[in-house]
Design a protein around this ligand. Structure first.
Ligand SMILES: Cc1cc2nc3c(=O)[nH]c(=O)nc-3n(C[C@H](O)[C@H](O)[C@H](O)COP(=O)(O)OP(=O)(O)OC[C@H]3O[C@@H](n4cnc5c(N)ncnc54)[C@H](O)[C@@H]3O)c2cc1C
Length: 502
């Protein structure tokens, strides 16, 4: 009988998650044998593609939904602080790779773009003021500036201030140290770096169609999308980094931990402007507040994007409903994911989230003129001819069992791992690509605990001199690491005072 091919690790999907995990594993164990399997003909063809996401290096600097306000007016900054330090962990990995010299230039994937928050009306202004007061006391946000002065705002956001009523009440905060990240370029750079090492392959136009337990791990069935031929590969560890399609694969694995999960797909659209005369007047990512009743991922923002050395503007996202789990997926994705174990939570979410469903349907039904009206809240003088509608990536939000409500909709990400650590899947989509490295470190600790605390510990400490928890509390160390990363990633120029931690 013919034997299957055997590798140590199979990673499903060539997006930012698999690419990061594969490179990280290869750094920790250069002898590891791994294969990335991707159904499209290139890397980063789904959510990680630069035009399918907003490219915000999420660091909690401008996203108002990361700092909820309680009824007594106080603002909770825990989530913003955590995401900020997670992003700093991502930057440590990218700095480490860039410094190796064989990874290529960081300029292709990360650019300095100030992060701003902009609010309108008395309630918005008092919230932003309180948020600024609380956040700016934390070392990760000490550079944040606040203003209600319209002349200053016109300097910060020249496109956004002309054409506003003279009596409009507005306020803004700014952090100069924000970024735009081309996650597609980063993914492809990671994949190229990966395959320059021995025993690391990326196979395109191949779909993973099945997963079966074997003695030492998993047998993965892989179908060639062009020829229809199927081969089987044995792997000790499998990562389901299939983006929106991770859920059906997790279900196919049959692991106990997969039971009860469902998916709620939300599509997106943007308005995009490439007119250089408009683009040159906006150098920022400006986030505002979501409309009442809308989900967190529909917080509107007007963004500078830097893709392949060219600048554009992106406004949105406009959310929508579809039954596809991937942009290039099938309308049968959602119905095919219904199981005896998740139908209860899915029905409970459908019943308890009618407002969300109505909101998504109304978003889908919007005319171009209505979309431009939303844009003009940001950029009052926007001209229709400068903007075109583009389809963004899919986000499959997590539906989970809940003892009280039957099922709940969750807007974060969740790493689901088999008890024996032989398989893991990433569900959900937010805050997404920016915090990939933290999520993959969590995976390594969950699925390879002995190695993480044994033979890989020294290398992990070399790549990551400071992890999230210590960065949250140690101001001096945070400043040192942040300054080092900003120089290594060419986000600021090196100064004599910049210390090295190497
Ligand atoms: C509208 C929108 C805006 C966003 N904005 C931001 C942002 O500003 N900042 C941020 O940090 N994050 C953002 N995100 C989130 C971010 O894009 C995602 O978290 C990230 O790209 C997910 O990466 P991934 O590798 O898990 O998935 P993907 O990039 O989707 O990759 C999954 C891959 O798996 C492949 N695949 C699927 N099924 C199979 C199979 N059976 N066999 C083989 N291959 C398979 C797919 O073809 C795909 O290439 C945004 C997402 C969306 C949709």
């Amino acid at each position: 009988m013919a034997h299957n091919e055997a590798v140590d690790v199979v990673l499903v999907g060539a997006g930012i998650m698999s690419a990061t995990l594969a490179v990280l594993l290869k750094e920790l164990d250069p002898a590891i044998k791994l294969e990335v399997v991707e159904l499209m003909d290139s890397g980063a063809a789904e959510s990680s593609n630069p035009w399918n996401n907003a490219g915000t290096g999420h660091a909690g600097l401008c996203e108002l939904n990361y700092t909820p306000q309680a009824t007594d007016g106080t603002v909770d900054i825990k989530k913003a602080v955590h995401i900020n330090t997670q992003f700093e962990v991502s930057k440590q990995f990218w700095s480490y790779l860039t410094k190796k010299g064989t990874f290529g230039s960081c300029k292709s994937f990360i650019s300095p773009v100030p992060h701003l928050s902009f609010v309108q009306g008395d309630d918005g202004v008092s919230f932003l003021k309180e948020r600024f007061k609380t956040l700016s006391k934390h070392h990760a946000f000490s550079d944040m500036e606040y203003t209600e002065d319209k002349a200053k705002m016109a300097e910060w956001m020249p496109l956004m201030m002309p054409g506003r009523p003279a009596d409009e009440v507005v306020a803004a905060t700014r952090v100069m140290n924000g970024t735009d990240v081309n996650f597609g370029a980063l993914t492809n750079q990671l994949l190229q770096h990966l395959t320059s090492a021995p025993d690391a392959q990326v196979k395109y136009c191949k779909r993973v169609t099945g997963l079966k337990r074997n003695n030492g791990g998993w047998t993965v069935s892989i179908k060639d999308v062009n020829s229809g031929n199927t081969r089987e590969v044995d792997a000790k560890f499998v990562f389901l980094g299939a983006g929106g399609a991770a859920l059906p694969l997790l279900q196919a694995s049959g692991i106990e931990e997969s039971k009860g999960f469902g998916g709620f797909p939300i599509s997106g659209q943007w308005l995009r402007c490439d007119n250089p005369e408009v683009v040159k007047h906006h150098q920022a990512k400006v986030y505002s507040q979501a409309a009442v009743g809308s989900p967190p991922m529909s917080v509107p923002h007007l963004d500078t994007r830097v893709v392949d050395g060219k600048k554009s503007l992106l406004f949105g996202p406009y959310a929508g409903f579809t039954t596809k789990f991937l942009k290039h997926g099938s309308f049968m994705d959602l119905p095919m994911s219904v199981r005896a174990g998740n139908i209860g939570p899915m029905l409970a979410v459908a019943k308890n989230n009618m407002d969300l469903t109505k909101y998504l349907v109304s978003e889908v039904m919007q005319s171009m003129e209505q979309r431009l009206e939303s844009l003009r809240r940001f950029y009052p003088l926007a001209k229709a001819e400068d903007w075109r509608l583009e389809v963004a990536g899919q986000r499959v939000q997590i539906i989970k069992k809940d003892p009280k409500k039957g099922g709940v909709l969750q807007f974060g990400t969740e790493l689901v791992a088999a008890k024996d650590g032989s398989l893991a899947a990433l569900l959900g989509a937010s805050p997404g690509a920016s915090v990939t490295v933290s999520i993959m470190l969590e995976l390594i600790e969950k699925c390879f605990p002995n190695k993480a605390h044994g033979e890989w510990a020294a290398k992990l400490a070399e790549i990551f001199p400071a992890r999230e928890k210590v960065l949250e509390t140690d101001a001096a160390l945070y400043r040192k690491i942040n300054a080092h990363n900003n120089v290594a990633l060419e986000l600021v120029e090196a100064s004599n005072e910049t210390e090295s931690y190497a």
